[in-house]
Every structure is written in structure tokens, then in C-alpha cells.
Design a protein. Structure first.
Length: 339
């Protein structure tokens, strides 16, 4: 999705200095970035809390999944690009739709080792990440989460609902939205159900005029067949970006979050997320309080610098980005509930 950097962003002299700034990894800053992700619901444990590490060490290994688990993340180009399972050792098989609007298992075989492989790669790339990785297990890429069913329309619509509001507000609006469809509440309605209601009715759930229009329009694209669950699960990253940013209400950040939290692809990296920018600044040992007053879209770190630093962690930039949120103490549980 992005080009790799030709050389490291940090000079040997500067790397020596930043390596001696464990404060960015020993304890994440307590100042939540209001302009980034939804408000905290289940805060991550403090890095000084070793109880989570002890519990993690006692966890029994997850049983190996059955070899016939399906992997639709590579629908019609299964052996061309491994954009969801970066290791060629993972067995990929084609999945079929459960219904017309999408109920697809997310990722398939050998998922129990994927997170361990990614963690080991991050630590090997930068030993400085070991502490935060050991204390904050990324449940998003756990075997259980990787085998979850994917509902693209639900995920994209929930993403629109959650734009520029707190996690608590998004949950409340979503609950009122699903209540508009008593035959399926509290489950999310399908696109046909949404099209059966007019925009003023959708707005009674607490949606703005534009958000109601966005969700209604998105439903129309699913009903017409312009968007399908199969294409939105099986497309490559570049194909998804091109197809979805053309939809009203879906910007690049929304598409990145869809690929990360719904499709659980391992090499997603969002430069436009201020929480990621902020976490990376802390990671590099910079004073984020001073940077915050700088203002502008790239107040914490430039896009080019973010891409160059993150390129070292390919093909596991998704996990690296998740830990940048942890370092910045940004809770992402609200985004994880979109499916």
C-alpha cells in the first residue's frame, strides 16, 4: 500500500539517544487525544502493572484450528498477494458467501501462530518494543478474533455512525438505529431493511442528515450489487481503497479502520490517525506536549517520516500501529465493536 523507505529514518547517533528513553514504553501518557479515536471504555492496563503479564504467561496455548477453516481474505487471487496472512506457510482456501449481503469467516488456517509470529518480528526489529508487547496482548489478532465472521455492510455503517463522536455516543446511536428495525434488533439491519426506511426516519436514531444519507446510500450500493460482501473481503488493499473512498461518507481513515478491525489485515498503516502520530512521536522520544501546540494536520509527525519508520515493521504494520495507540494510551475498543 505504501512504498518502503530506502534507509532508516533515525541516524546512528539519534538512535542511541532514543533507545535510552524508556519512558515512552514503560508508561504510556495519560493524556488522551480528543481528536483521534473514540473515548475509552476498557482502558488498557498501565505498563507498570505486571499482573497482566503474569496472567498471559499462564494462559494455555490455543488449540490448532481445523485445516478446513475458510479464508475469504484472498477470494479470487488466493495465491497472488498475501495481504491478510503475510506468511507463505499459511494455507489459503476459498470461502463462499453465507448470504447475499455478507456473513463471511474472516481469516482461516494456522491463526494461532500469526500473532506470535508478528510479535516476535516487532521485537526482533526493535527490542525497545518488548515491554509494551508483553504487557498488552493484542486481542484483535488472537485466534478467536481472526476466525470471527465478517459483515462488511455492518462494519462500514457502524464506522460512519462512529465518525467524530465518542465511543459512548456511537454505541447509543447504534442501539437506537438498530431499534428502528424491530424484527432484527439488536442485530444490525441488512441493506434492504435500511432502504425501506426514509432518511428522516433514520435520523430519529440520532444521526446527522449527512450520516443518514451516507448509510442510506451505502445500503443502496449493496442492494444494487455495486458493492458485495465477497468483493469487500476478497479485494486487495489498493482495490479496497479505490472502491470505498469513492463512496460518500467513507474517507481514507474509515477504509483503513475497516481493513484493520474488520478484515484484520496485518499490514495496514494509517498516517492520518492522530493517535498513531502521537504514539510514534512518543516512541521516538519526543515531547508530545510541545508538539501538540504546533497545530496542523501533522502536528506530531510528518506523513513521510511515519511511513519511513513504519516500513521497518512490514509485513506487520497493523500490529505496530496498534502498539503506537497503546503507547499513546488511546483506547480502541469502540472501533473493535464495529463488527
Amino acid at each position: 500500500m505504501y512504498g518502503k523507505a530506502s534507509k532508516p529514518i533515525v541516524s546512528p547517533t539519534k538512535r542511541k539517544a532514543t533507545a535510552s528513553t524508556p519512558s515512552c514504553l514503560r508508561s504510556p501518557t495519560n493524556e488522551l487525544s480528543k481528536e483521534t479515536t473514540p473515548s475509552a471504555v476498557l482502558p488498557a492496563p498501565a505498563l507498570s502493572d505486571t499482573s497482566s503479564l503474569k496472567r498471559r504467561k499462564k494462559e494455555a496455548p490455543t488449540a490448532k484450528p481445523s485445516p478446513d477453516v475458510l479464508c475469504p481474505s484472498h477470494q479470487d487471487h488466493l495465491f497472488d498477494t498475501l495481504h491478510a496472512l503475510p506468511s507463505k506457510t499459511h494455507l489459503l482456501q476459498k470461502a463462499e458467501l453465507v448470504d447475499s449481503f455478507g456473513a463471511l469467516p474472516a481469516i482461516g488456517t494456522d491463526v494461532d501462530s500469526l500473532l506470535q509470529d508478528a510479535e516476535a518480528f516487532l521485537i526482533k526489529t526493535d527490542e525497545k518494543l518488548r515491554t509494551v508487547i508483553e504487557l498488552h496482548r493484542c486481542a484483535l489478532f488472537s485466534p478467536e478474533k481472526l476466525k470471527e465472521v465478517v459483515y462488511p455492510f455492518t462494519a462500514l455503517s457502524s464506522g460512519i455512525i462512529g465518525q467524530q463522536v465518542s465511543g459512548q455516543a456511537a454505541s447509543s446511536i447504534r442501539s437506537r438505529f438498530t431499534a428502528l428495525f424491530p424484527t432484527t434488533h439488536p442485530s444490525f439491519p441488512n441493506p434492504t431493511q435500511v432502504l425501506d426506511l426514509d432518511i428522516p426516519t433514520l435520523r430519529t436514531a440520532g444521526l446527522s442528515q449527512r450520516k443518514a444519507e451516507y448509510i442510506h446510500g451505502l445500503a443502496g450500493k449493496f442492494v444494487s450489487g455495486e458493492l458485495t460482501a465477497e468483493t469487500l473481503v476478497g479485494a486487495s488493499d489498493d482495490e479496497l481503497i479505490e472502491k470505498l473512498v469513492a463512496v460518500r461518507g467513507l474517507g481514507r481513515w474509515s477504509v483503513d479502520m475497516y481493513m484493520l478491525f474488520t478484515l484484520k489485515r496485518m499490514d495496514v498503516f494509517s498516517t492520518g490517525d492522530l493517535g498513531v502520530q502521537r504514539g510514534m512521536a512518543v516512541y521516538m522520544g519526543r515531547d508530545v506536549n510541545k508538539l501538540k501546540s504546533k497545530g496542523g494536520k501533522w502536528k506530531y509527525m510528518s506523513e513521510a517520516e511515519m511511513l519511513e519508520i513504519a516500513s521497518r515493521f512490514t509485513p506487520y504494520r497493523s500490529l505496530f500501529m496498534w502498539y503506537m495507540w497503546r503507547i499513546a494510551d488511546v483506547d480502541v475498543s469502540a472501533m473493535q465493536r464495529k463488527t
